[in-house]
Design a protein around this ligand. Sequence first.
Ligand code: TYC
Length: 102
Amino acid sequence: GNGPGRGTAVITRTKPKTKKPSLYRVLILNDDYTPMEFVVHVLERFFQKDREAATRIMLHVHNHGVGECGVYTFEVAETKVSQVMDFARQHQHPLQCVMEKK
Ligand code: TYC
């Protein structure tokens, strides 16, 4: 359209301005040393899973090597990964947590 003033061309936005945020999966990886109960606790504490869901995810990771803890926007996913990695390190477990774009 035309903006203020005669003969002043102005580009107007046609699309809505809002964009869906990219989503990221947070994954945990299996290892041979982290206790099963510790992984269940991580899923309860940082991913708001109940004991049944946490146990199911932990066993899936134990049997398949990797599993999904949740799907979040970038900043939330980054925070979860850091929290889990710090917590595992504090307890001297080698548990690995990563994020990937959906
Ligand atoms: N494999 C581990 C064990 O046998 C348990 C485990 C499950 C470790 C899930 C990590 O993300 C993991 N103690």
